[in-house]
Structure formats: structure tokens, C-alpha cells
Design a protein around this ligand. Structure first.
Ligand code: ARG
Length: 287
């Protein structure tokens, strides 16, 4: 197995290493709206400015391009207001993709659209057998797959993830409905470093995280409440909600370059930068 030889240790704490160029899949929020409530952030009565959502999303996309990443786009479909959250489209790793099965019927039709896109792009697509919402609940780190459960992905889906990707799956129990996907409670900064909100996890899962990542950045509730942990890192640059000022300062102290983005409209649906971004991981050259 190849690990990113990125992070270095200074004074006993892991410091940021060089960036890695990534390939991302995004979906323009053309049809974005909050028409139903499937998480506590969503209030269908609250006004939504779709044009502003598009401009904010465009800034995120532009930021990736300026950093040298590749951004692919999937065509948004009318009637699927949450399709902008591409991280929920699949889990993609080592050239393979595990398709998704949404918990809520409102999002069901997004699943085949993402599976078809990935198939056309040449990924080996595996059919979903259990409720799982892609990278929202499955984040690779340190040769492992960190997998969230409690609200969306099921335990059975975790076992399936392990079969498809041949990576040990670490089940993490989420306990706060505001942090309903793993990527709202934990961010992988590089292969050996994560940031997370301890109180979003059960006591046992907190102990697992301490054991796996003794050097993790611990986020505050104030940062998590602006979806600060819904961040995208290339190992050096961390793109996070601009409102997450405490987390940004903590990351800078570790040598990461933080870039704050305002996705206030998309947050009304419970999403931030990471939710809008599916990482397309190609087959690795060596294992
Ligand atoms: N409204 C969407 C839902 O509840 C937001 C999804 C956010 N995606 C994520 N990866 N956390 O399903």
C-alpha cells in the first residue's frame, strides 16, 4: 500500500506537507432549493437565493482550478435540488466507485445519474446494496476508510465498502443530528492527519479516533456549527467555510494554507465545500 509521504513532524506535531493535485466532480446548483427537510439545517420556509448559490459555488470551483486541480462537471437535473452535493454521488477510490442508495426518497434519482457519469468516465462501478451516501460517510485516510453511521450510511454498507475497496473500514458512530454525515464532523487533512469535532461521535468512536489520530486537530462546536469541518484539503491547501475562523487559525498553526469560501446559501441545505466535491481517485500505480 502506498501512503502519501506528505506530513512531517515538527515539535511532536504533524505539519502540513506538499499539495497533491486532485480530480474533482462537481454539480452546478442550477436547480438548488430547500423543498424538503431531511436534516436539521433545512427549513423549506426559509428564502433561498439560487443565483447567489450558483455564484458561491462558482467561487469554489474557480478556487480549485486556480490551485491546479481538475474539475469535472455532471449535468444538474431539474427536480433534484440537492444534486449539487456531489460528495453524495459515490465513493470513488483506486479507480473503483461504489454507487449510492439514498436514505430519503427525495434524493433517490440522483444515484443513477452519478453512477452513469462514473461509468462513462471509465470507473468500475459497483452497485449499492445498502443505504450509503457516498463520500459523505466514507473518507479514506492512512490506508483505511473512515466510515460514518448513525444517520445515513448503514453498518451493512460499511461491510460492503470494505469488500469493494479491500481497505479496512473503521466504523464511526455519529450522535448529533446536525452532523449527520461524517464529512460534517471530520475532515481528512492529509493521509495521517484529521480534524474533527469530538462531541459529534459516541464515546467509543472518540476513543478510536484518539487511538488512530493522536495528533488530530480538535475543532470547536462554534466551527462545526458553520460546517467548518466540511472542508477539502489537498494536503496543503484547506478550503473551508470562511465563517470557521477558529479552525482556520488552528490549521494555519500546523502549516496548512487555509482558503475561506462563503457558501452560506448551500449551508441552508446542510452542505459546505466538501459536500459539493466528489474526489475522483484513480487506480493507484502500486499497492
Ligand atoms: N440536504 C442534503 C442532505 O441532507 C445535504 C447533503 C450534504 N452532503 C454531505 N456530503 N454532507 O442529504
Amino acid at each position: 500500500m502506498t501512503l502519501d509521504a506528505t506530513a512531517t513532524t515538527t515539535g511532536g506535531r504533524t505539519q502540513a506537507g506538499p499539495p497533491r493535485t486532485r480530480r474533482y466532480l462537481m454539480c452546478r446548483p442550477t436547480y438548488f432549493a430547500v423543498e424538503y427537510a431531511i436534516n436539521p439545517w433545512m427549513d423549506p420556509a426559509a428564502p433561498i437565493d439560487t443565483a447567489l448559490a450558483v455564484r458561491q459555488w462558482e467561487t469554489l470551483r474557480r478556487t480549485y482550478l486556480d490551485l491546479g486541480h481538475t474539475v469535472e462537471e455532471i449535468e444538474p437535473l431539474p427536480g433534484l435540488p440537492d444534486m449539487v452535493f456531489a460528495a453524495n454521488g459515490a465513493t470513488v477510490h483506486d479507480g473503483r466507485a461504489l454507487a449510492v442508495q439514498f436514505r430519503d426518497p427525495e434524493r433517490a434519482d440522483e444515484a443513477p445519474a452519478y453512477a452513469a457519469w462514473l461509468d462513462r468516465a471509465g470507473f468500475e462501478v459497483h452497485e449499492a446494496k445498502h443505504v450509503n451516501e457516498g463520500e459523505g460517510d466514507a473518507l479514506p485516510a492512512n490506508g483505511l476508510l473512515l466510515a460514518g453511521t448513525g444517520f445515513r450510511a448503514s453498518h451493512a454498507a460499511h461491510a460492503h465498502l470494505q469488500e469493494v475497496f479491500g481497505r479496512p473500514v473503521i466504523t464511526l458512530q455519529l450522535v448529533d443530528p446536525r452532523f449527520y454525515h461524517l464529512d460534517t464532523a471530520l475532515c481528512v487533512l492529509d493521509d495521517t492527519t484529521v480534524a474533527y469535532l469530538p462531541e459529534a461521535f459516541s464515546a467509543g468512536s472518540r476513543a478510536v479516533l484518539r487511538r488512530l489520530f493522536p495528533d488530530a486537530v480538535l475543532a470547536s462546536l462554534a466551527d462545526a456549527e458553520v460546517l467548518g469541518l466540511n472542508a477539502v484539503s489537498d494536503g496543503r491547501h484547506v478550503i473551508l467555510p470562511v465563517q470557521a475562523t477558529g479552525l482556520s487559525a488552528a490549521l494555519r498553526e500546523r502549516g496548512y494554507d487555509t482558503i475561506g469560501i462563503d457558501l452560506s446559501e448551500l449551508r441552508k441545505a446542510g452542505g459546505g465545500p466538501k459536500c459539493c466535491t466528489l474526489v475522483l481517485r484513480e487506480r493507484e500505480a502500486t499497492k
